[in-house]
Design a protein around this ligand. Structure first.
Ligand SMILES: Cc1cc2nc3c(=O)[nH]c(=O)nc-3n(C[C@H](O)[C@H](O)[C@H](O)COP(=O)(O)OP(=O)(O)OC[C@H]3O[C@@H](n4cnc5c(N)ncnc54)[C@H](O)[C@@H]3O)c2cc1C
Length: 390
C-alpha cells in the first residue's frame, strides 16, 4: 500500500474545504433541485465560484489562478459535486479542459488573453472532442482544419459538448491531416462567437439538467493561425494529457455525488421509523450504509492519490487517474442506487434530492471516457501491452 493514502490535509486545504462546503450548502444546495427541475443554468453561481477563486487551484497566480494545486482542486470539485452535478462541470470547462490546455501548449499571447478571463468567468469555456460518429474512437473524428495563409479554416460537427450553448470560447480538436489518423490531429482555441460557429442545445437529457449541453457546428470558421496549440499533428498527444486532467475532475465530482447520497441516506435513516424504531437500527439498512461509506472513501483515497501525484510533478499519471476515474465513477452509479434503497418510496419522489443525486451519478461512467475504455487502459497497462504512464 502506497503511503500516498496516508493523507493529512494541510490547514490551508481544510480551510478551503470548509469555505467551499459552506458556500455550497448556503448558495447552491437550497436552489439545486429547483434549478434542475427548471433546466436553469445559473451563470451567477459560476461567477460567484470564480470570485471565490475556485477555478484557479492548478493555475499559477500570474495567469489569475491561486496555485494551490491539484489536491485543492479535487477537494473543491468534490464539494461542488456534492451539491450539484450540473455546476461541477464548471471545473472542467473553466480549468482543466481549457485553461490548463492553453497553459501547457498555448503561446504567451493566448495564455494572457484567455486564462485570466476563464479564471474570473468573464469568459465561459468548453472543449470539443466528441463527434456524432466519433466517441471513444477520438482519432476517428471528421472535423478538419485547413491552413489558409495566416488563418485556419475549421469545418465539422461536435456532439455532446458541455456548455456549448453558453460558451464564449472552446478548445477544439480537428484533423489537419486526415490520412495520418491520430498523428494528423491538432488542437485549437476557437472563439464561439466567430462567424460560422453555431450550436444546437441537446434537450431531454437523463440528468445534469442545469448544465446546458449541445452540438457545435463549424462551417468555414476562420481562426488566427496563432490559435493552434503547439504544433500541427500534436493534438492526439495533447488530448491524452488533457484527459489525464479532466478525468481527475470527473472522479472528484463523482466522489461528491457519493457523499451527497450518504448524507441524505444517513439523515433519512435516522428520521424514518418503522416497526417502532428508526430504520437506522435495522442491520440490513446498516449494511447498505456501510457499503456506501466504504465505496466512497475508497474512491476518495484514489482521487487524492492521483491529485497528490500531480502536485508532486507527475502530471501525466494516466494510470492512477484512470483507476480513480473508473472506481469513483462506478461508485457514483452504485452508491446513489443504494441510497434509493434507504429512502425507498420517498426517494422515488422529487421531494427528496436522492432522485437528482442518482441522475447526477449516471453521467460519470460516460464522461471523459466510457468505463470500458478505463478498464482497457488499466488492463493493457497491467498486462504489459501498453504502458499508461508515458
Ligand atoms: C452529459 C454529457 C456531457 C459531455 N460533455 C462532453 C464535452 O464537454 N466534450 C466532449 O468532447 N465530449 C463530451 N461528452 C461525450 C463523452 O465524452 C462521450 O460520450 C464518451 O467519450 C463516450 O463516447 P460515446 O458516448 O460516443 O460512446 P461509444 O464510443 O459509442 O461507446 C459505446 C459503448 O461501447 C463501448 N466501447 C467503445 N469502444 C470500445 C472498445 N474499444 N472496447 C470496449 N468497449 C468499447 C463503450 O464503453 C460504450 O459502452 C459528453 C457526454 C455526455 C453524456
Amino acid at each position: 500500500m502506497s503511503d500516498e493514502y496516508d493523507v493529512e490535509l494541510t490547514e490551508e486545504h481544510r480551510m478551503l474545504r470548509d469555505m467551499v462546503r459552506k458556500f455550497g450548502d448556503n448558495e447552491i444546495l437550497p436552489k439545486a433541485d429547483e434549478d434542475e427541475k427548471n433546466h436553469r443554468f445559473q451563470r451567477e453561481l459560476v461567477d460567484q465560484m470564480a470570485e471565490l477563486g475556485l477555478f484557479g487551484c492548478p493555475v499559477p497566480e500570474e495567469y489569475g489562478g491561486n496555485g494551490m494545486g491539484y489536491l485543492a482542486h479535487a477537494i473543491v470539485t468534490e464539494e461542488i459535486g456534492r451539491v450539484s452535478g450540473s455546476l461541477r462541470v464548471a471545473f472542467n470547462m473553466q480549468t482543466m479542459g481549457t485553461a490548463l490546455s492553453i497553459l501547457k501548449w498555448g503561446s504567451e499571447d493566448l495564455k494572457r488573453k484567455y486564462i485570466p478571463e476563464l479564471m474570473s468567468a468573464k469568459l465561459l469555456g468548453c472543449f470539443g472532442i466528441t463527434e456524432p460518429d466519433a466517441g471513444s474512437d477520438t482519432a476517428g473524428m471528421a472535423s478538419t482544419a485547413v491552413r489558409d495563409g495566416e488563418q485556419y479554416v475549421l469545418n465539422g460537427r461536435k456532439m455532446w459538448i458541455t456548455w456549448a450553448p453558453v460558451a464564449d470560447m472552446a478548445v477544439v480538436f480537428a484533423m489537419t491531416d486526415k490520412k495520418a489518423k491520430h498523428k494528423g490531429m491538432s488542437a485549437f482555441v476557437m472563439d464561439m462567437h466567430a462567424p460560422g460557429v453555431s450550436t444546437i442545445e441537446i434537450k431531454d437529457k437523463l440528468g445534469l439538467w442545469a448544465a446546458p449541453t449541445g452540438e457545435i457546428i463549424m462551417e468555414d470558421v476562420r481562426i488566427p493561425a496563432g490559435n493552434l496549440l503547439g504544433e500541427e499533428g500534436r493534438g492526439f498527444g495533447f488530448l491524452m494529457q488533457e484527459l489525464a486532467s479532466t478525468r481527475l475532475t470527473a472522479a472528484a465530482g463523482a466522489v461528491g455525488t457519493c457523499q451527497a447520497a450518504i448524507d441524505e441516506s444517513v439523515k433519512y435513516a435516522n428520521e424514518r421509523s418503522q416497526f417502532g424504531q428508526p430504520i437506522a437500527r435495522f442491520q440490513m439498512v446498516q449494511e447498505v450504509i456501510a457499503r456506501m461509506v466504504a465505496e466512497t472513501e475508497a474512491a476518495r483515497a484514489l482521487v487524492w492519490r492521483c491529485a497528490i501525484q500531480k502536485d508532486r510533478g507527475l502530471l501525466n499519471n494516466m494510470r492512477e487517474t484512470v483507476i480513480a476515474k473508473y472506481y469513483a465513477c462506478r461508485a457514483a452509479d452504485e452508491v446513489p442506487n443504494l441510497g434509493l434503497e434507504v429512502l425507498s418510496a420517498y426517494g422515488y419522489s422529487n421531494e427528496y434530492p436522492i432522485a437528482r443525486i442518482l441522475r447526477d451519478g449516471k453521467v460519470y461512467k460516460i464522461l471523459e471516457g466510457a468505463t470500458n475504455i478505463m478498464k482497457m487502459i488499466i488492463a493493457t497497462d497491467a498486462l504489459g501491452i501498453k504502458k499508461a504512464n508515458r
